[in-house]
Ligand binder design. Sequence first.
Ligand code: PLP
Length: 365
Amino acid sequence: MSDFPTEHVLLTPGPTPIHPRAMQALTRPMLGHMDPEVFALNSDIQADLRVMYGTEPETFTALLAGTGSLGMEAGFANLVEPGDEVLVCANGSFGRRMAEMAARYGAKVRLVTAPLGEAIRPRDVAAQLTDDVRMVAVVHGETSTGVLNPVPEIAELVRSSGALFTVDAVTTAGMEPFHMRDWGVDYAYTGAQKCLSAPPGLAPIAVSERAFARFGARRTPTPLWYGDLGGLHDYWVGQTYHHTVPVNLHFALQAALRAALEEGLENRQRRVRQMGRVITRTLEPLGFTPYVHRPEERLPTVLALRLPEGFDDAGIRGQLRQRDISVTGGLGPTAGVIWRLGLMGESARPEPYRRLMTALGDLLG
Ligand code: PLP
């Protein structure tokens, strides 16, 4: 018998409920990180990640043993050198985190911003994208506001500039269209606990050949030893020891990733959109309205809804939590203004949202 409650309705914008196949995979007997079976499993993961990111066999893919932020940090640590001009699109908390990290690794950061709840304008990127920019970085889905940034349009600008292109795919890869090869993305990362519904603790990354060449030409070693691309390559391709990877998390991620690809990336994109439409329609009569004004700028995987007038945000969320339902409010300036409903991976399912609607009906009725 389990010591834990059987069900919790987790509707946060990450982590998401763990996929049942990933949960089962976690109970597999432990193997060593240098075991041939683990190397075979790692190769399967690498191949499946290429499909998820929409890229080619030459692209290096791997898992970093840390959350999405480590994926973000490793990108700047490996691909930026002190004095590099880095253009960061920052229209929310995670864009600003990128800017801070780039600065800590010595970049001269140029910011492209947009008002809260609005997407980055490609023309603003174009205005700052001079020849000396070495990297452009953008968050595809800005979780803090529920905004989808126009990565394909920004990609077009970056492609003709010669700069590397880094994309935060934390709320998009595996659930939203992501075309690394066609867009010319050089470095992408996500977190296992988001669209894949695997346990937190792994950051799947993809690195283009061009980015590897930039890394290879560094004047100084990557200051982040743990995330050094050379060391990671030694383990993931050369099968030599770098650090003890969390094998059980690899088991779980492999199961979740395979389940996602079996469902089909396009089917998942349809599932999240359909869920979003139904939830928005159901909550509208209660006074919730979309926070992001322009429909094309709404991030399907994180539904940001403006709260009704006079709504007791903390009180209602507290009462929902007592009923084993977790819902997340706004972050910083949007605290008390919006809810951010997660529609990534296993949270984009009708049953947990039915539970939310029933509970809300009770509490507000
Ligand atoms: N980037 C985005 C867009 C995110 O939503 C998050 C987390 O929510 C992160 C980066 C950081 O990921 P983590 O919290 O897994 O370190």
